[in-house]
Design a protein around this ligand. Structure first.
Ligand code: HEC
Length: 109
């Protein structure tokens, strides 16, 4: 009769663990964006809002094939076709995805 044990506690603990981590790459990607993309696409808020989160996933598919294609013929082509882009594209993708137009998040740059 007196042993009414609560199961609620476990779900409260689980919730607390969700909202940390995952930010290291986003801030690296933000730096890359400011250095490589801002001059043509404006600040990070504007840049990331060029696309939805699904849209960014698509652009970064196949090692960024669509994104590379979109820049063929302009002065950023060499960057997109070089090793540098492949090296940083993971971080860059994380930043853009994190702040995609339907993310509800706004970066501070
Ligand atoms: C030299 C200028 C320049 C730089 C630097 C540049 N872009 Fe672009 N970007 C363009 C131009 C020009 C287009 C084509 C515009 C259009 O199609 O309307 C474009 C198109 C795009 C598109 C639309 C692609 C599509 O098909 O939907 C995205 C997304 C994009 N750029 C992201 C980036 C990112 C991320 C970076 C940094 C890694 C970057 N751009 C750097 C000039 C630039």
């Amino acid at each position: 009769m007196k042993k009414t044990t609560s199961v609620l506690l476990s779900s409260v603990v689980a919730l607390g663990m969700l909202s940390t981590a995952a930010n290291a790459d986003v801030s690296k990607g933000q730096k890359v964006y400011l250095k490589m993309c801002k001059k043509c696409h404006g600040n990070g808020t504007k840049g990331a809002a060029m696309n939805t989160q699904d849209g960014w996933d698509e652009l970064f598919e196949n090692n960024g094939a669509k994104l590379i294609k979109a820049h063929e013929g302009d002065s950023s082509e060499a960057f997109f076709k070089g090793d540098m882009f492949q090296k940083i594209s993971g971080d860059l993708r994380d930043f853009l995805y994190e702040y995609g137009s339907d993310s509800g998040n706004v970066p501070s740059c």
